[in-house]
Ligand binder design. Structure first.
Ligand code: H79
Length: 434
């Protein structure tokens, strides 16, 4: 056979820009952390600050934690309801924990008994969600933890683990298990994204990352994989270290938003609505809808995606506070989503009054602080052909070119207290002014 040239793409490799097209347009997705940990709901022996890490943070013995499989019975679970809430919020994709660090599988896996088929709720949760996503036009995606505190072959052990003997553990055998599971997930549920996590432990290596990335791609050539498949991620900032050709299609800032855009790099900030990923019954410290929408705008203005989390309860329902916020974000998105979907990063420095996004010949000004005197300076020079409110296009405004930038003469009150979006149509270039 002909030798394959080093710079020749694999036969099944699909161009990255092509694979990432829907993802870049989507901008807004729902993260779901759900598993056995939703049953203790954050509480263990009087301590109430736990969540999806509860087995680790409360040092729960394996045999004790395993007993939650007898209790997992989310009779109120309705995949259609969940997906409809995401859709109405304006989200374009959904990422759910097929398996978190505790090792429990939310689909009936042929590879383990530690799965939903060993619970009273013997239903294919992943299958139901995939079907609902297809029905409502959302991309169905999966989070899958590399770290696994349950599998006998996973290494290393935590220092407090006394009940999972390490003597006969074989990490290669664990990786074989994980790959067999991923084959099940890809073949049965066809996830658009695989969102890996728990890659930071010393047992996971760059070589293993390359192998896993190629394995997933061999099963589904257009799959999108996050950078946690490999070892490039640097801390919670989530972007890759420079100097190595790390695998993964996008960076993963966690609970933070980059200070500026990152030209040429795809990234997605994942964030909680309150202070936990998994359900915590006492955590009522929810961000306001205004805060959440402005985070989405801030992220879009920097060219990133926002993956916003909900931690459903053990009965299968979303917490009331999450339902409210999704609905309220949706109300803003209904009128203003055109300024988010399919946009690219701001063409100018970040102004004090808000944020800026762009789509072709249109520039969107997200005004957080509506000026009392009506004067708004946008730090770029451009030929403006129209200037109006996106959600109330009958309200048009005058613009003047000044040395500091384009000056808008806003009239009337803010259209929306979260963010009023002014839509500019531009003829020709947009020249930023520093
Ligand atoms: O699934 C949610 C959390 O349970 C999980 N990721 C999100 C999406 C999560 N795992 N760990 N953490 C969050 C915080 C862990 C931080 C650390 Fe590290 C791991 C500190 C040291 C090792 C990451 C890697 C940050 C620095 C190095």
């Amino acid at each position: 056979a002909m030798p394959v040239l080093a710079d020749e793409p694999a036969a099944n490799a699909i161009d990255q820009d092509q694979r990432m097209e829907w993802w870049r347009d989507a901008r807004f997705g729902l993260f779901i952390h759900w598993g056995l940990y939703s049953i203790p709901a954050g509480e263990w022996q009087g301590n109430t600050n736990h969540a999806e890490w509860i087995r680790h943070t409360a040092h729960i013995p394996l045999e004790t934690y395993n007993q939650y499989t007898d209790e997992f019975n989310p009779t109120e679970f309705d995949a259609d309801e969940w997906v409809k809430m995401a859709k109405q919020a304006g989200m374009k994709y959904l990422v759910i924990t097929s398996k978190h660090h505790d090792g429990f599988c939310l689909w009936p896996s042929d590879q383990t008994e530690f799965d939903v088929s060993s619970t009273p709720f013997d239903r294919d949760i992943m299958g139901e969600l995939k079907e609902a996503c297809d029905k409502h036009g959302l991309k169905f995606c999966m989070y899958h933890s590399i770290m696994d505190w349950h599998h006998p072959d996973y290494l290393p052990r935590r220092e407090w683990e006394k009940d999972r003997p390490a003597d006969d553990a074989d990490y290669d055998r664990y990786v074989t298990y994980m790959k067999a599971q991923l084959k099940e997930l890809i073949e049965r549920y066809d996830p658009a994204v695989l969102w890996f996590d728990g890659e930071w432990e010393g047992t996971w290596t760059h070589e293993r990352g390359i192998d896993l990335d190629e394995y997933c791609r061999s099963l589904k050539p257009d799959i999108i994989v996050n950078n946690r498949v490999d070892k490039g991620r640097r801390g919670m900032a989530g972007l890759n270290a420079e100097g190595t050709d790390w695998r993964g299609d996008f960076g993963t800032p966690e609970q933070e938003i980059p200070a500026t855009g990152v030209p040429g790099v795809d990234w997605e900030s994942c964030m909680t609505m309150n202070g936990h990923w998994g359900y915590n019954k006492l955590d009522k410290n929810f961000k306001s809808t205004t805060d959440l929408v402005r985070k989405l705008i801030d992220i879009a203005s920097k060219g990133g995606n926002y993956l916003l989390n909900v931690g459903p309860m053990a009965n299968g329902e979303f917490p009331e506070e999450s339902i409210e916020r999704l609905a309220e974000m949706g109300a803003w998105m209904d009128n203003n989503g055109d300024s988010i979907y399919g946009t690219t990063a701001s063409p100018c420095p970040m102004p004090e009054w808000g944020r800026v996004t762009r789509k072709g010949d249109r520039v969107f000004l997200h005004v957080f602080d509506w000026p009392a005197d009506g004067k708004l300076v946008v730090p770029f020079a451009a030929e403006v052909t129209s200037c109006k409110l996106l959600a109330a296009p009958q309200r048009t405004f005058e613009t003047n070119a000044t040395p500091k930038g384009l000056e808008l003469m806003l009239t009337g009150d803010a259209e929306n207290s979260i963010a009023s979006v002014v839509e500019l149509t531009i003829d020709g270039e947009v020249k930023p002014i520093k």
